[in-house]
Design a protein around this ligand. Structure first.
Ligand code: DOR
Ligand code: ZN
Length: 344
């Protein structure tokens, strides 16, 4: 029986680090295991220009614990006022690795996102020209659409039309949660990638709602039926190049989670690699963990894989229930099963 596995050091292709005291508290959790991460720009105010991204990059680097090597890969928040020249310059300088599309109102701090997708056409055309990927939060915001259908409707009504109108645009379907998204992704050419979170491999909607409401399992897109979770597991463990890890680790203090209207987000930075090793082992696919967490992402982003390695051993893993921050504790995602694999 396998007792130890060594992988190229993983990267996280979708991460929320926030800012200020929260950034200082959560950054070490990611930097302990991951070499790089795509940093989400949904701060208040959002990271919309190259200048904002440069300043945020520098705050992240300054917040790293001494001696830690970690590279933040910056993104820009797409608004209806985004300037294609600013985006192109930010990409050319090597600072910005993707642009993030939030449909306005879809999730945390998305108010400055896009309502009329025609307004961003010049930016998308320029991105297609220069090969800069678009990270997409794929949910419609129409209140008439059931929240469990918002991803599937987005694919048909928004994503596919955008891709048809902008040939060559490289797109990442982020944090996919449905069989529909897996099927759509598989039917496309190699301009399309898809990230899958740790928590969506573990929970379905019953985990959130059955037997009492579990605010720490509430995130967006919300977890769906079991059949969808199983489709995500099959995609992640398949080794297929278009599927890779984006944890969407999204810290909120317990105060902000445990409210009559609580925030969306699961904080998985601390124990993601142990959970993934368990998931992949349970599915008889430990040999695909490196592809999912360390190889497929760099290939899509046209970056080299990391030279360093990490080793996981089957010695049992423990993790803190909370990360302390000056604003209050942030609860670490509890997968609901014991973790056998420790990062050593
Ligand atoms: O659950 C989520 N939390 N989904 C998102 O899209 C945003 C994120 C956050 O920023 O908290
Ligand atoms: Zn996110």
């Amino acid at each position: 029986m396998t007792q130890s596995i060594t992988l190229r050091q993983p990267d996280d292709w979708h991460l929320h680090l926030r800012d200020g005291a929260m950034l200082h508290a959560v950054l070490p959790e990611t930097a302990r295991h991951f070499a790089r991460a795509i940093i989400m720009p949904n701060l208040v105010p959002p990271v919309v220009t190259a200048a904002h991204a440069r300043a945020y990059h520098d705050r992240i680097v300054a917040a790293l614990p001494d001696g830690t090597r970690f590279t933040p890969l910056m993104t820009l928040y797409l608004t209806e006022d985004t300037d294609p020249d600013d985006v192109a310059a930010a990409h050319a300088s090597g600072l910005v690795h993707a642009v993030k599309l939030y449909p306005a109102g879809a999730t945390t701090n998305s108010a400055s996102g896009v309502s009329n997708f025609d307004t961003v056409r010049p930016v998308l055309d320029r991105m297609a020209e220069i090969g800069l990927p678009l990270c997409v939060h794929g949910e419609v915001t129409d209140p008439e659409i059931d929240i469990f259908d918002r991803e599937a409707v987005f694919i048909d009504h928004v994503l596919d039309p955008i891709r048809r109108a902008t040939p060559g645009l490289r797109v990442i379907m982020e944090h996919i949660t449905t069989r529909d998204a897996v099927d759509y992704a598989r039917a496309q050419d190699d301009t399309l990638g898809a990230t899958i979170t740790t928590h969506h491999l573990v929970i379905n909607r019953n985990h959130i709602l059955a037997g009492g409401i579990k605010p720490h399992y509430y995130c967006l897109p919300v977890a769906k039926r079991e059949e969808h979770r199983l489709a995500l597991r099959a995609a992640a463990t398949s080794g297929e190049a278009r599927f890779f890890l984006g944890t969407d680790s999204a810290p909120h203090t317990d105060d902000n989670k445990l409210q009559p209207c609580g925030c969306a987000g699961c904080f998985t930075a601390t124990n993601t690699m142990s959970i993934l090793a368990q998931v992949f082992e349970d599915d008889g696919a430990l040999d695909q963990l490196e592809r999912f967490s360390a190889l497929n992402g760099p290939t899509f982003y046209k970056l080299p894989p990391n030279d360093a390695t990490i080793t996981l051993t089957k010695t049992g893993a423990t993790y803190p229930a909370h990360i302390d921050t000056p604003d209050g504790p942030v609860t670490v995602f509890d997968p609901g099963f014991d973790l056998n694999w420790a990062v050593t």
